[in-house]
Design a protein around this ligand. Structure first.
Ligand SMILES: [Cu+2]
Length: 372
């Protein structure tokens, strides 16, 4: 029976594990296949140390072409894969992205602008993030921040992502980029799976790897990407995620668009004294993204869950159709699921958006939507 880390009543976890996992802020993650309970700040350092010592899997060479299937226990391990090309009329859309760290402040204003109260206490921690670089990793193209850059392409394109692991010191460990939605072969899956790991699933510190993902017609939408290396849960929880948007050819998208990740930053991850419930790494109105639109504009919000919880995304004053065609104003979003909120703006004013799980809302998962 496989232990269920999200279920504190899972009988395979045992009483000690039950108490640990059930404790506020504790969670279970896996480092190179070993279960590790993160219950307090020091545990993350132990997990990072364990991740640094994970051996390179035999099939995971630095370059896809260099992978030699040695332990061919299944035909799947003997297969080789070709790097896909764009479809006729499509482009190879290139990005340079590095894994790096940043001192990240969750509540820069030290205030909750909704309730007009101070949010005292330190809220800065060392986040691991994806940072966009210029061609050839020459210089930073964008800030090192939560979330990572939003990648964009159209149907028929390939997304060609040059990835460099620039994690240093105690946080140096193999990491990856694993995309959702697009099509990829196992070399470009970006997942650590022990001895079956392919080249893209183990990018050690200082190494570079180029992922090539296909923007097939079924990839239309907005999706997350995140670390899926040996220490993926911890790295994802401390900021290694971003989004990619694939559109039909020539589709300009809505007039106003924003991607919002709903996630928490917990003490075992941050080393801080309390948990923060976040949109895009920030907590409390005035710190979370301030969304802006004008009456008559087409508005699109992409909401992505990026932690162990389910969230309920609510915008005051608005309603929209879900995929089944029913009108909603508080849809649920689960881990790594995307919901897209689209409407034509018709209601000027100052509006709240927030998670409608009340404990999340009150711990910072809220923000402003301002309509002229
Ligand atoms: Cu929530």
């Amino acid at each position: 029976m496989t232990p269920d880390p999200l279920d504190p009543f899972d009988p395979t976890l045992g009483r000690r594990r039950f108490l640990q996992v059930g404790a506020a802020g504790a969670f279970l993650c896996s480092i190179g296949g070993q279960d590790v309970v993160l219950g307090k700040a020091g545990d993350a350092a132990k997990a990072d140390a364990a991740a640094r010592n994970v051996a390179r899997p035999p099939l995971a060479r630095a370059r896809a072409a260099a992978a030699k299937p040695k332990a061919a226990v299944e035909p799947t391990e003997r297969q080789t894969y070709v790097t896909p090309s764009p479809q006729p009329g499509g482009r190879a859309v290139e990005y340079w992205i590095q894994a790096t760290t940043v001192q990240w402040t969750i509540v820069p204003t030290k205030r909750d602008d909704w309730h007009g109260v101070a949010i005292p206490g330190p809220s800065t921690f060392t986040a691991t993030v994806y940072q966009q670089m210029t061609e050839g990793f020459a210089a930073p193209f964008g800030p090192a921040q939560i979330p990572g850059p939003r990648l964009r392409a159209e149907v028929g394109d390939t997304l060609v992502v040059h990835f460099r692991n620039n994690l240093q010191g105690k946080l140096a460990q193999p990491v990856t980029m694993h995309p959702h939605g697009v099509k990829y072969n196992p070399e470009y899956d970006g997942v650590y799976i022990g001895d079956y790991t392919r080249a893209g699933g183990f990018i050690a510190p200082g190494e570079e790897f180029t992922y090539t993902w296909e923007c097939v017609p079924e990839a239309v939408g907005t999706w997350p990407y995140h670390d899926h290396g040996p220490n993926h849960t911890l790295n994802t929880f401390r900021g290694m995620f971003g989004s990619l948007t694939i559109r039909e050819k020539g589709d300009p998208g809505p007039d106003v668009e924003q991607v919002l990740f709903m996630h928490q930053l917990q003490p075992p991850v941050t080393g801080l004294k309390r948990s923060y419930q976040c949109f895009n790494g920030r907590a409390y109105a005035g710190n979370t993204p301030i969304l802006r639109a004008k009456a008559g504009q087409r508005v699109g919000f992409h909401i992505i869950g990026m932690d162990n919880n389910f969230h309920d995304f609510h915008i005051h004053g608005h309603r929209w159709k879900d995929e089944a065609g029913a009108f909603v104003d508080t849809p649920s979003v689960g881990p790594n699921e995307t919901i897209t909120v689209e409407f034509v703006e018709d209601n000027p004013g100052r509006w709240l958006y927030h998670c409608h799980v009340f404990s999340h809302q009150d711990a910072g998962m809220a923000g402003w939507y301002l309509v002229e």
